[in-house]
Ligand binder design. Structure first.
Ligand code: PLP
Length: 380
């Protein structure tokens, strides 16, 4: 099956009970057993729920994996991956990381004796310097949030395999429509389903997808043992979102390109971060590993001024000022005070998250309207 067909049919069959085409919302905590231990595959809904199974199968299919686990949020999914580790283990993570991931690593798991190295991975060879016998996991995001850096997944996976270290890729920004890390050698793909996969800003959810059965069983164990699962109604909504993932992503890419090009030619703007530009430092890698460049864009005005950036954001009318990304509606955000406020200012500025940086999640409205909105916001 090719990708577009998979979004509609991947891992899904009509429901066994009555042939419902959409998986029913099994809003139940428990399942009747004929005799102790004799049941129809489901016992208690923390362990498994048929609506969640349908979603997990769909996600596994989209990422070309064999197993998926859905969680109550993207961070709950990351939390489950870190629980594969033990005290004394070390992790090498992208330096330009989603703020919540950074907070979970440094404020929760460091206290459990896990050590994190935050590394610029634009050159995969740099990772080698930080690997030692305690290194168990490499955690990457590409494109990175919010600087849109691109990391060569295949090159990092070669390093990971040489040293027998797990490679996990946060694929939230790209989605499996644009990039499939398991095909490039990653061991674990993580998603904040909240964003593009759900696609309608109506749920919070996370997921992991893997190929390897042994690794899957460890993660299933953690999913059930720690219990950070998502409810069946949210699984249904995510499944509904997935059915249009390919169409939405195609439009996100088209609108992203139009908005990025508009901004790059605007006299007030000094820098636009978008991997589709030939001038992007890792454009060639983006071209190699992605099927498009997406709708996430960050930019800085020539004044590089906090007050000006806030004014521009406040002036926007169609772009809504809000946390999050990846929904059908366009959103604007201010990373330094919103998504990345949990990262200390010096750390933020080292990677380019200056106080004047504005991040856009370009939605699927008419590009002309989005550009007109930016035009009026920038001209006051
Ligand atoms: C939002 C986000 C997360 C966290 O996901 P939640 O669903 O909000 O818990 C992780 N990584 C990236 C890149 C994100 O954008």
């Amino acid at each position: 099956m090719k990708f577009n067909t998979k979004t509609i049919h991947g891992g899904q069959q009509p429901d066994k009970a009555y042939g419902a085409v959409m998986p029913p919302i099994y809003q139940t905590s428990t399942f009747a057993q004929r005799s102790p231990g004799k049941h129809q595959g489901y016992e208690y809904a923390r362990s498994k729920n048929p609506t969640r199974t349908a979603l997990e199968n769909a996600l596994a299919s989209l990422e070309n994996g064999n197993h998926a686990m859905a969680f109550g949020s993207g961070l709950a999914a990351i939390d489950a991956v870190l629980k594969l580790l033990k005290s004394g283990d070390e992790v090498i993570a992208t330096n330009d990381l989603y703020g919540g991931s950074y907070r979970l690593f440094t404020k929760v798991f460091e206290d459990f004796g896990i050590k994190f190295h935050f590394v610029n991975m634009e050159n995969a060879a740099t990772i080698e310097e930080f690997i030692n016998t305690n290194t168990k996991l490499i955690w990457i995001e590409t494109p990175t949030n919010p600087m849109m850096n691109i990391i060569d997944i295949e090159a990092v996976s070669t390093v990971a395999k040489t040293h027998n270290v797990l490679l996990a890729v946060d694929n939230t920004f790209a989605t499996p429509y644009l990039q499939r890390p398991l095909d490039l050698g990653a061991d674990i793909v993580m998603h904040s389903v909240t964003k593009y996969i759900g696609g309608h800003s109506d749920l919070v959810m996370g997921a992991l997808v893997v190929k390897d059965k042994v690794l899957a069983n460890k993660l299933y164990f953690i999913q059930n043992a720690s219990g950070a699962i998502c409810g069946p109604m949210d699984c249904f909504l995510a499944l509904r979102g997935i059915k249009t993932l390919h169409v939405r992503m195609q439009r996100h890419c088209e609108n992203g390109k139009a908005v990025a090009e508009y901004l790059a030619n605007h006299p007030k703007i000094s820098k636009v971060y978008w991997p589709g530009f030939k001038t992007h430092p890792n454009h060639d890698i983006a071209k190699k590993q992605m099927n498009g460049f997406g709708g996430m864009i960050s930019f800085v005005t020539k004044g590089n001024d906090y007050d000006e950036a806030i004014k521009i954001i406040e002036n926007l009318k169609i772009f809504t000022l809000a946390e999050s990304l990846g929904g059908v509606e366009s959103l604007a955000g201010h990373p330094a005070s919103m998504t990345h406020a949990s990262i200390p200012k010096e750390e933020r500025e080292k990677v380019g998250i200056v106080d004047a940086l504005i991040r856009l999640s370009v939605g699927i409205e008419d590009a002309e309207d989005l550009i007109a909105d930016l035009e009026q916001a920038l001209s006051v």
